[in-house]
Design a binder for this molecule. Structure first.
Ligand code: UD1
Length: 363
């Protein structure tokens, strides 16, 4: 069975790495893969650095779709993936996460009567203002196999009518990558440049359209965070989307330390050694949960509730006023400790590959 492994944007790369490594380790005669990069993220800092650091082989195919509006990007990926499958079909399309590439390739594969497996299926924020939620819902409405990270995902899928035998609770591939690389985390150059010390700074990441696309609200949010942080520096690896808005605003503050998007090993070094993280990312809330690092999420909802109920994450909403009391709690050392959700144990990819071998008997 030839499996197309689809990756397009930064948060996909850490999810596919352990699956590829496991397929290569197992070398099962019935299982081969083709790595398809859609080109949704194309900067060295957003893509190539992750391939290098996580030892992901060069993609077999790069669809070079690039940026665009939601529809332009999705359409470009669809047209190019369809053309690939028509010329050189595979047997199963494996998509991960919730980015535009995930949905685009699922639709194409399904319309060509090809099976689709969704890694990280079933999670829901129930917030249709996020493109990612639409991507999740569409992908899950047509996928054939669901590799899930939590019991909540299972409940969501069952409620939507997915037969239980198509759902496999395997754990979290992103955590496989985190645990496999934890000893390799690397001090970023900004550590010495900024004179950082363990536990002496906060890391912030922001890229959701709701938080960053409107210049005045982005500046209000960031200035409230800075004011609440007393004398603690805020390290802000800035996503290209946020940089576009932030740089035209020309706003600065001595305690706000802007740095380029960091490679995987450097970013997680910074997180692991921080006092806490402020973010609107979903994946980072899973990584901070496993590392036991306090995490404040600037969103009204999360598709990963276990990071709050079990882990170190707390949802603050998007109103800047919610940030001050949360930072106070962090500075006072009163943040909850948190535990680790079931099966986030570093062995997810081996469960997935075991299942793929069984699926190859059905196809
Ligand atoms: C995408 C994903 C989001 C994920 C995020 C992580 C969707 C709908 N969103 O959002 O789920 O959390 O990636 O980064 O798929 N850009 C560059 N260089 C790049 C890539 C993008 O400069 O390598 C610029 C683009 O020109 C664009 C902006 O960044 O203006 C946004 O990129 P895009 O892929 O559209 O969405 P993200 O906001 O990155």
């Amino acid at each position: 069975m030839l499996v197309d492994i689809i990756a397009g944007a930064r948060p996909n790369f850490m999810k596919i790495a352990p699956i590829i490594h496991e397929i290569e380790r197992v070398k099962h005669p019935k299982l081969s893969y083709r790595l398809v990069h859609t080109g949704q993220h194309y900067d060295k800092r957003m893509s190539e650095d992750f391939f290098d650091q996580l030892n992901i082989p060069k993609p077999d195919v790069n669809l070079e779709s690039g940026s665009g509006t939601q529809a332009e990007q999705t359409a470009k990926i669809m047209v190019r993936y369809e053309s690939l499958l028509l010329k050189e079909p595979s047997d199963l399309t494996l998509v991960v996460g919730d980015v535009n590439s995930t949905m685009a390739c699922s639709i194409v594969a399904k319309k060509l009567n090809q099976r689709v497996a969704h890694v990280e299926g079933g999670i829901r924020s129930f917030d249709l203002s996020m493109p990612e939620e639409i991507n999740r819902m569409v992908t899950d409405s047509i996928a054939d196999y669901f590799f899930i990270t939590s019991d909540t995902a299972n409940k969501n899928l069952i409620k939507e009518g997915v037969p239980g035998e198509k759902i496999f609770f395997v754990g979290n591939t992103m955590i496989d990558t985190l645990l496999a690389n934890r000893k390799r985390f690397t001090k970023p150059s900004c550590w010495d440049d900024l004179g950082l010390q363990k536990g002496g700074y906060i890391v912030m990441t922001l890229h959701r359209p709701a938080n960053v696309d409107e210049e005045s609200s982005l500046i209000e949010l960031i200035s409230t965070i800075i004011e609440s942080g007393e004398d603690v520096p805020i390290i802000f690896p800035i996503h290209p989307r946020t940089a576009q808005v932030f740089e035209t605003a020309g706003w600065e503050h001595p305690r706000l330390k802007l740095v380029d998007p960091l490679p995987y090993l450097e970013f997680n070094f910074l997180v692991e050694n921080s006092m806490g993280v402020i973010t609107d990312s979903g994946g980072i809330t899973e990584e901070t949960t496993v590392m036991g690092v306090p995490c404040m999420t600037l969103r009204d909802n999360t598709e990963r509730p276990e990071t709050c109920t079990v882990g170190t994450n707390e949802l603050l909403g998007t109103n800047p006023r919610a940030v001050a009391p949360a930072i106070r709690k962090l500075l006072d050392g009163k943040w909850k400790k948190g535990g680790i959700p079931p099966l986030w144990d570093g062995k997810c990819a081996s469960r997935i590959v075991e299942q793929l071998v069984k699926i190859s008997d059905e196809i």
